[in-house]
Structure formats: structure tokens, C-alpha cells
Design a protein around this ligand. Structure first.
Ligand SMILES: Cc1ncc(COP(=O)(O)O)c(C=O)c1O
Length: 347
């Protein structure tokens, strides 16, 4: 029986073409900047997000650390949405590595840092205060159900940040999901920010790797931070080779994942006891508290059918569609949930 793993898009496996590209990649020492495949990827990746330069990093977390730490000074304050990945899930790296203090804000609708919210959070000049120096946004915002920041929301935030002399970093782990769902180019969402990180892994299906992009000057500094983190890699062309395929061939297909997520929502929304949240891209949150069972029981019941889901809170689950999950798999998941004994009893 096929395993249908909806826990995250981080579970994607590389395509055959990617594996072949890894095998045949031209390689060199990337710490000497002599790996031709890495150099090609970095040039193409920079263009994709409208930036002068880009750097291949090991992970999204490493990319965010490079982005945040290389544009701030020790003791500065950075402004983050309270459910952002940087704040919640990066092991306090900005505090540990950058000696930065996080100022969290509650975003409108769980994600949006409006100019007003930003204004409230920025410190004035006072001998008691740290210096506010950067704001980071997350597009798409994972914990708010994969919602994309629109071009206009992004522009408003950036223009407000400029008034306060703040740098803007975009955690764009899923920036192409945002672009595809909004029908705009990724560049439109990123070009005005100082730095953007996006993942080649996750929905783009590479086994490893993320990109951090910005001005040439910023990338020189990010390179130092990457080296400090132990992220100076040698024949990294084996990571870059599938990255080139990801940029060329895996972006447009994200629309399929979005369609599948909508299909899943539609198939589950009429089930008594289950509430589906709004779905924007490839992430669907559902709440099963109305079934009268624990999250553990729900998870175990699905696991018996080889369906894996991850819980966010006790009875709230995040279901993520991605490369390798087909329409038929979604139909199987819907049917399986419909046939769970607790659902049947409610019907
Ligand atoms: C929004 C967001 N940013 C950053 C990351 C970090 O990426 P990585 O797991 O490659 O470190 C993730 C990972 O899931 C994420 O969802």
C-alpha cells in the first residue's frame, strides 16, 4: 500500500531527473567559488527573485540565520510575527548566533504585519532601548495555513519599514507557492526586500538546499555568516544540480499541489465533527475536536491506512500536499476519513 505522507512538503523525494543530474553534475570546490554548478544555480536563483546575487545554503534555517544576522548588530531588536518560523522553530538562532532580541507582534489574521502594527513595535530613540533594525515576514505564512502575503501587502510593509530605517528579510521558504497562488512572479513579491530566503527542498522536491539572495554586498556578508555556521561546502554541485531542475521544472507544478489541497478541503468540509480552515496554497489545517476523540486516536487510525498527518495542536492537524501526492491519493484520504468509525456514527 502506498504511503501517503501529508505531514509536510519537506518529505518530498527527488525526481529521477534530479538523481541523474546529481550523478553527472560538474563539480569544483565551492569555498574557492569554483563549483560551476553552484555558480550557475546562484546566478539563476538570484534572477528568479529579482536580486543581484544569491548563495546556496544547507537549509531554510541556515538561510534565515544568514539573512538576519548579516544585516544586524549584536544587541539589536528584530521584529517577528509571533507564529513565524524564525521565532518558533529556529532554536533561538538569532539570539544565540546574532545576539539579537526578538520583538514579537501579533499579525492581523495570524500573519500580516501591517504598517500600524510595525509602527507600534518599532523602538524610539531612548537610552534604555535596543535599536530596532530588521523586520522579517514569512511568505507563505506556514502557521496561518499557508497564506500568501500579496504584492500590495508586501509593498506597504516595506515602505513602512523604510520610514523606520529597518531592513526587511523575507522568509520565503514557500515563496513560489505564494507566487503561483497569487498569479504573480516571485520577483514581484521579493524585489523590494533586502534579503529573501527560499527553499529548494520542500515543494520544489530537492533533497537538500535553500537559497539566500540580496545585493552583492549583502551576499558577501552572508557568505561570512554561512562559513561561521559551518556551511561552507566543497563539491556542493551535487546539491545545486537538482536545484537547477527545481527552478526550471518544479515551480509551475505547485499549482497541482494547490488544487489537491482544495480537493482535500472540499472532500472533508461536509464531515460532521471536522472543521476545515481556509486553504490558500498547499497547506490545509483541519480541526477534529467535534469527533470526540483525541488527536492521537485520529492519527493512529489514519496510520493504519498508511496515511501520515501531523498535529499542530491537540486536535488540529496540518495536511500538506506536495510532489508525489496525486489526486487519487487525496481521494483515498477523503474516503478513509469518511469511513472512520467516529465519522460514520455522526453521519
Ligand atoms: C516558513 C519556514 N521557514 C523556514 C523553514 C526552515 O527550513 P529548513 O527545515 O530547511 O531549515 C521552514 C521549514 O519547514 C518553514 O516552514
Amino acid at each position: 500500500m502506498k504511503k501517503i505522507d501529508l505531514r509536510s512538503d519537506t518529505v518530498t523525494l527527488p525526481s529521477e531527473e534530479m538523481l541523474e543530474a546529481i550523478r553527472t553534475a560538474k563539480l569544483g570546490d565551492d569555498v574557492y567559488k569554483e563549483d560551476p554548478t553552484v555558480n550557475e544555480l546562484q546566478e539563476k536563483a538570484a534572477k528568479k527573485v529579482g536580486k543581484e546575487a544569491a548563495l546556496l545554503v544547507c537549509s531554510g534555517t541556515m538561510g534565515n540565520i544568514c539573512g538576519v544576522v548579516s544585516q544586524t548588530n549584536r544587541g539589536d531588536e528584530i521584529i517577528l510575527e509571533q507564529t513565524s518560523h524564525i521565532f518558533l522553530h529556529e532554536v533561538a538562532a538569532s539570539a544565540v548566533i546574532g545576539s539579537l532580541q526578538a520583538r514579537t507582534v501579533v499579525g492581523k489574521n495570524g500573519y500580516l504585519i501591517t504598517p500600524e502594527i510595525l509602527q507600534e513595535a518599532v523602538r524610539g530613540k531612548d537610552v534604555h532601548y535596543p535599536i530596532s533594525s530588521l523586520v522579517a515576514i514569512e511568505n507563505t505564512h506556514n502557521m496561518a495555513g499557508g497564506i500568501p502575503w500579496t504584492v500590495s501587502e508586501t509593498r506597504q510593509l516595506i515602505s513602512a519599514a523604510r520610514k523606520h530605517d529597518l531592513k526587511v528579510h523575507i522568509d520565503g521558504a514557500r515563496i513560489f507557492n505564494a507566487a503561483i497562488s497569487l498569479g504573480v512572479s516571485a520577483q514581484e513579491l521579493t524585489k523590494d526586500a533586502d534579503s529573501v530566503m527560499f527553499c529548494l527542498s520542500k515543494g520544489l522536491a530537492c533533497p537538500i538546499g535553500s537559497i539566500i539572495a540580496g545585493s552583492q554586498e549583502f551576499i558577501e556578508e552572508a557568505l561570512r555568516v554561512r562559513k561561521m555556521l559551518g556551511g561552507g561546502m566543497r563539491q556542493a554541485g551535487i546539491i545545486a544540480a537538482p536545484g537547477l531542475i527545481a527552478l526550471e521544472k518544479m515551480i509551475d507544478r505547485l499549482a497541482e499541489d494547490h488544487k489537491n489541497a482544495q480537493r482535500l478541503k472540499k472532500g472533508l468540509e461536509d464531515i460532521p465533527g471536522i472543521t476545515t480552515h481556509d486553504c490558500y496554497t498547499n497547506i490545509l489545517f483541519i480541526d477534529i475536536s467535534g469527533l470526540g476523540i483525541s488527536g492521537k486516536e485520529f492519527k493512529a487510525a489514519l496510520a493504519k491506512h498508511n496515511i501520515l498527518v501531523s498535529s499542530r495542536w491537540e486536535t488540529t492537524f496540518r495536511l500538506v500536499t506536495h510532489f508525489g501526492i496525486e489526486k487519487e491519493d487525496i481521494d483515498f484520504v477523503i474516503e478513509t476519513i469518511h469511513n472512520l468509525p467516529w465519522v460514520k456514527r455522526k453521519n
